[in-house]
Design a binder for this molecule. Structure first.
Ligand code: SF4
Length: 511
């Protein structure tokens, strides 16, 4: 067959000569160069403090950090793959200076050396990005995303069922003690209403006591059997339940393969069956789509993560943002009060924010906000012209100890009212509640959100932090952690965040 019209570039492997300087092959704005430059600029002392000295000579932490961060920018997350790529992937070979740590060394560096180092490294790179004017820390776009843990989906332990099993077991132990000693009930009644706790220690003590008794009555078969049941069945179960409940803490569940992971409903539910999966709630903030901070949480909801997140970020990264922009999932009295006290501006909507703007809401004659309030008499006047009188205050305390004061008002003339069915379903007539402190905080936030700056900032939220999640979960396919346990998962999220920022910086420089 003739190929007159094709001309091939000369190809002769015998004459192949590689350039002396491999760096010539790395494009000037490639992410490998940015990784190299940024990590080189981090002073050595930040690395050295994690090396106690002595021992065998070891790979330079800057080299190890560079190859790991770069690998994460290229969707290489497994130690084995990174080790393999160190022999074939040119930018990695350049970054490692042709050194080839094996996968065990890479994994060990990642999960042990990076433990404290990762947060420090992330912080130093943020400082450099701020110095370069690529990032500013004033406006803080915060959101949470759930990432699946490296844990089996079917290895859950639920607190409620554990408590139920524990209670059942306690009943059985009580029964057995009553059967052998015949005194359990009296013992319990002596302590009046106080419930006698059946702990593993109590079971152990009982076993000891019975073993002593058995020595004196070696023919007591019932006692012998009871000791066996206690030792072989009840004691190990009691120990197991105690351990599981202590791992659970205030969580509802945990996974047996990664006890730090909690079962949560994930946003990406490909099977659409609402299945709960073991995971972590990652709270992250961004600015100009650069990640400013990250923290890990073991509860699924965002509301109660805000304060611990901000406290951790201040301690870890020394970031104390002026403006916090977040969605309605973070709008709570406690959060607003905290930010107010810290003099941080909240651009955070609350649950009813959107609904309140709707015509149907504004025109609803049965909504408290559309009633007339008489300050002197401390009454509301409803749509039927009747009064709702103040009946008392109640206190509500959040899990973290924040106390809200709620004033309750009641109408006593609802009987026979033509509006009743639209106004209330309560058989006692209509009541309404007012939380003055929360109202005041909400109106401040509302005012702020309605300014031009507020509107602009809130509109940016979606394109800022939400795109960051899209980029690392979608584009870089990071949807599941590789490592287990909070400290190691923190390393991974730190690596992902560093990789994300350096990719962003490279893209900006190349533009
Ligand atoms: S049901 Fe009671 S509160 Fe509601 S409109 Fe009638 S009188 Fe007023």
């Amino acid at each position: 067959m003739k190929h007159d019209h094709i001309s091939f570039i000369d190809y002769n492997m015998d004459q192949l000569t590689l350039p002396m300087d491999i760096s010539e092959l790395i494009p000037s704005h490639s992410v490998a160069r940015v990784v190299n430059e940024m990590i080189e600029r981090v002073p050595d002392q930040h690395f050295l403090k994690y090396y106690p000295g002595g021992g065998r000579s070891t790979y330079h932490p800057k080299m190890m950090a560079k190859i790991l961060v770069y690998a994460y920018t290229q969707r290489m997350y497994s130690g084995r793959e990174i080790a393999h790529q160190l022999t074939v992937h040119l930018p990695l070979m350049w970054l490692s200076g042709f050194q080839t740590p094996d996968f065990r060394t890479i994994n060990r560096f990642r999960s042990e050396r990076l433990k404290g180092l990762i947060d420090d490294l992330f912080k130093q790179v943020i400082v450099l990005l701020v110095e370069e004017g690529q990032v500013q820390l004033d406006s803080y776009f915060l959101d949470g995303t759930k990432i699946e843990a490296n844990a089996n989906r079917y290895t859950f332990v639920w607190r409620k069922s554990t408590e139920k099993y524990k209670e059942k077991l306690e009943g059985k132990v009580e029964e057995l003690i009553t059967q052998i000693d015949g005194v359990w009930k009296e013992e319990a009644s002596c302590e009046e209403n106080e419930k006698t706790v059946i702990s593993p220690e109590k079971i152990q003590n009982k076993v000891k006591e019975w073993e002593g008794k058995l020595e004196k009555e070696p023919k007591n078969k019932e006692l012998k059997k009871a000791i066996k049941v206690m030792k072989k069945d009840y004691l190990p179960r009691s120990l197991k339940y105690k351990k599981n409940l202590s791992i659970c803490g205030d969580r509802k569940s945990f996974s047996k393969t990664d006890p730090d992971a909690t079962f949560m409903r994930m946003k990406e539910d490909h099977m659409k069956n609402g299945q709960l999966k073991p995971g972590y709630n990652v709270q992250m903030a961004s600015n100009e789509q650069f990640i400013l901070s990250y923290t890990l949480h073991q509860r699924p909801g965002d509301t109660r993560c805000l304060i611990p997140h901000l406290q951790e970020v201040k301690a870890k990264f020394n970031i104390d943002p002026k403006r916090i922009i977040a969605d309605a999932g973070y709008g709570s009295e406690e959060n607003y009060a905290y930010l107010e006290e810290k003099k941080q501006e909240a651009y955070i909507k609350y649950g009813l924010f959107e609904k309140e703007q709707k015509r149907s809401f504004k025109k609803n004659p049965h909504h408290q906000s559309n009633w007339v309030y008489d300050e002197e008499k401390d009454t509301f006047t409803c749509a039927a012209g009747k009064y709702l009188y103040f009946t008392g205050e109640k206190k509500q305390t959040t899990e973290s100890g924040y106390e809200s004061t709620i004033r309750v008002y009641q109408c006593n003339e609802c009987e026979g009212c033509p509006f009743r069915k639209d106004c209330t379903t309560s058989k006692y007539g209509r009541s309404t509640q007012v939380n003055e402190a929360y109202q005041e905080l909400k109106s401040k936030v509302k005012e702020r959100l309605w300014t031009d700056e507020g509107k602009q900032l809130y509109a940016r939220r979606k394109i800022d932090i939400e795109s960051v999640f899209g980029q690392f979960k979608g584009n870089r396919s990071f949807r599941r952690f590789f490592l287990r346990g909070l400290p190691k998962v923190n390393i991974e999220i730190g690596l992902i965040s560093l990789a994300h920022n350096l990719l962003k910086s490279a893209a900006k420089k190349a533009a």
